[in-house]
Design a protein around this ligand. Structure first.
Ligand code: FAD
Length: 316
């Protein structure tokens, strides 16, 4: 059976959820082989095996923490040479997309980014994307080399599927260009304690309608274990950080549930959230375009509705 290489995103051995989703998709295409790099790589192996990795390749070296993405590209290239996979799957984070693009160039392959689904096809994986701000869904297939595919978080379920997970050390040779850009300092982002926006299963987002006060939305988010997002109008007004902006010039999210409060639903905002599985809109204007997109709509003042939702969520 063909093998499918999965690039593992982890923090000191803790595997992030988008990687487990990739393993679900990889199993549809063949036998998943996971590649874990850097400090803690070996600690990832048990979780990867529980979610279907038949083999886990690891390589620990200080280069992965000390330099920008190139060492990871070197390692993926070495893994592609060692495994000859039917496809390479990479999480669609900013770093993941850079790694995937550089890898595709190095190995002379085609690439598809921001996939929302991947299925097996007679001539290679069929990749689904949501394009033109979600107006169209396309299906495509890489016709050159080993397909390199980045997949958006929350595009597939996490499914336990115990597999052998045989662990082997990958041989990686770094070139001089690997050490081209050294990281001089890492400044940790102040943590809100909430899930990362692009990985969260639930996002509570606010727009101009919150009128500068996100505390009601934060309370609901905390009751639901959700991340908080914002429209560009809210970000431009300095009510919320740009890192939390959803949309064309912000982040793209695909949660199970997206609650849009005080957001009109401009096309540029939709571009970042309309692949959410369920959309709930709260808006006092019954004509707001967000209602065209929403699965459930509540017409009314968010400052009355959101606290009522929070109380209900806390009561459960
Ligand atoms: P508005 O459009 O002003 O809507 C506010 C809504 O709140 C209204 O529908 C109103 O009825 C409702 N409301 C007011 N008070 C209440 C209340 N008390 N209770 C309930 N409802 C209430 N936008 C993004 O979001 N993300 C992007 O990435 C993005 N990128 C862009 C890129 C470009 C190139 C351009 C030109 C624009 C971009 N925009 C983006 C901006 C976008 O066009 C809209 O201007 C923006 O999304 C509007 O934000 P909003 O819905 O919060 O504000």
């Amino acid at each position: 059976m063909a093998e499918v290489l999965v690039h593992v995103d982890h923090a000191d051995g803790a595997v992030r959820k988008p990687t487990l989703e990739l393993l679900t998709l990889a199993r549809r295409l063949g036998e998943p082989v996971a590649l874990a790099l850097g400090a803690g790589a070996r600690e990832t192996t048990a979780v990867l095996a529980e979610h279907g990795a038949t083999r886990v390749l690891t390589h620990e070296a200080s280069e992965y923490a000390d330099y920008l993405v190139v060492p990871k590209v070197d390692a993926l290239r070495a893994a592609v040479a060692a495994v000859s996979p039917a496809a390479v799957l990479v999480p669609s984070s900013a770093e993941g997309k850079e790694i995937a693009a550089r890898l595709a160039i190095r190995i002379g392959s085609g690439i598809v980014t921001d996939a929302i689904d991947v299925e097996a096809g007679a001539e290679g994986p069929i990749v689904t994307q949501s394009v033109f701000a979600g107006s169209y869904t396309t299906k495509s297939r890489v016709s050159l080399g080993t397909p390199v595919i980045t997949v958006k978080p929350n595009s597939a379920p996490v499914e336990p599927a115990p597999a052998a997970g045989t662990v082997a050390e990958l041989a990686v040779g770094f070139s001089d260009s690997t050490r081209g850009t050294r990281i001089t300092e890492r400044i940790p982002r102040r943590s809100s304690g909430r899930p990362e926006l692009t990985e969260a299963a639930i996002v509570v987002a606010g727009g101009r309608g919150v009128n500068g006060d996100f505390t009601v939305l934060e309370a609901l988010a905390d009751a639901l274990g959700a991340a908080v997002g914002a429209s560009r109008a809210a970000v431009d007004a300095d009510w919320y950080p740009h890192a939390q902006q959803v949309g064309q010039t912000g982040k793209s999210v695909s949660p199970q549930l997206y609650i849009a409060a005080g957001i009109s639903g401009a096309i540029q905002h939709r571009a970042g959230m309309q692949t959410a599985k369920t959309i709930v809109a709260i808006n006092k204007d019954p004509e707001a375009p967000i209602f065209d997109l929403a699965d459930h709509g509540v017409i009314g003042d968010l400052f009355e509705i959101v606290p009522a939702l929070t109380a209900e969520a806390r009561a459960r």
